[in-house]
Design a protein around this ligand. Structure first.
Ligand code: ZN
Ligand code: ZN
Length: 326
């Protein structure tokens, strides 16, 4: 492991040539702007409830982990395997984050790893911070936003009929809307049972605004900060061919994804924890699933894989030696 490197200045990059200027992707822009506006209702005291606040905080972790653990580590990097029913459950929970279908998310992230911080990277902050954070989602990119690109970069995901159907239908919108309606209805029923219709309406609305809209926006910005902050600020353990950084703040928000330089150095590893204090809770959760018999083939860090490979080689050499002696 090399010593932390001083941040290297990289020249600013222009927008990728494949960007179609002025071609707004309304299917992204409308929900992103719309849900931000709806989340602003949290500033109105009438929409507040302690239950809503708690649901928001718990939800940031619960739904966010469907992105970190499932979309990123399980599906994109295949760092572990879980039963199909569990993987699909995680995907349904991830869809409640409105962060794309698994095929698109995986394809985009693999594209990022391949071209990281070079001109073709779909979301490098070497163009601009806001571009990496959210701008890239709002305009069409001829290279990445195509069926061929999804097929090329996520063929394994699209082979699954359930995930392919998500690409072909609008089920992902319905799942998001259905879970939002459920939050409201459960809140309404509890409130109405204890204090009448007006209380029910207020309580249901508070769960919707805090538990769904505000939580969605918070999870978005946490995910987006991996694309923006961890390619700009922090330290490096490794000299990688990009500007990835280990950023403790993002690591805290994402329970482990912020050790991004470690991740770019060894993307397939289920663990981003390369030093004892680089705590990676997402990895602990994968290990917990493994203990429960719900995960297997958990990929260890590179140094452990190398050590095991060396041990296997040494064992084979010693077996050969014994055979010739015998
Ligand atoms: Zn990255
Ligand atoms: Zn990755």
């Amino acid at each position: 492991m090399s010593q932390p490197l001083a941040p290297t200045a990289r020249p600013r990059l222009a927008l990728p040539d494949s960007i179609v200027p002025g071609q707004i992707r309304w299917v992204y822009a409308i929900p992103i702007v719309g849900i931000h506006l709806l989340a602003l209702m949290a500033l109105v005291p009438w929409f507040f409830s302690w239950t809503g606040l708690i649901l928001m905080l718990v939800g940031v972790h619960f739904y966010g982990q469907a992105i970190n653990l499932c979309y990123h580590r399980l599906l994109t990097h295949r760092s572990a395997k879980v039963p199909k029913w569990l993987e699909r459950t995680f995907v349904v929970i991830a869809l409640c984050c409105m962060e794309d279908t698994p095929g698109k998310w995986v394809a985009m992230h693999r594209y990022h790893h391949k071209h990281s911080d070079h001109e073709s990277d779909p979301h490098t902050p070497m163009v601009a911070f806001l571009w990496a954070h959210v701008g890239w989602l709002l305009v069409r990119n001829r290279s990445t936003h195509t069926l061929e690109s999804y097929r090329k970069y996520a063929p394994d995901v699209l082979r699954d009929r359930f995930y392919m159907n998500l690409e072909k239908s609008h089920a992902w919108v319905l799942i998001y809307v259905a879970h939002a309606v459920l939050y409201f209805l459960v809140g309404f029923a509890i409130g109405a049972a204890s204090g009448g219709l007006a209380v029910g309406f207020q309580f249901g609305a508070s769960l919707l605004v805090w538990g769904v809209f505000l939580r969605t926006v918070v999870v978005w910005h946490i995910t987006w900060s991996v694309n923006s902050l961890t390619h700009l600020f922090g330290y490096s353990n490794y000299e990688t061919d990009d500007c990835s950084r280990n950023n403790w703040f993002v690591a805290l928000l994402t329970v482990g994804e912020g050790w991004h330089n470690n991740h770019h150095h060894d993307p397939v590893s289920a663990s981003n924890q390369h030093r004892w204090w680089e705590i990676d809770v997402t990895y602990y959760q994968i290990k917990l699933l493994e203990r429960l018999g719900l995960a297997w083939d958990v990929v260890p860090p590179k140094h452990v894989r190398d050590r095991r490979r060396r041990q296997v080689k040494e064992q084979a050499r010693s077996d050969r030696h014994d055979a010739t002696q015998g």
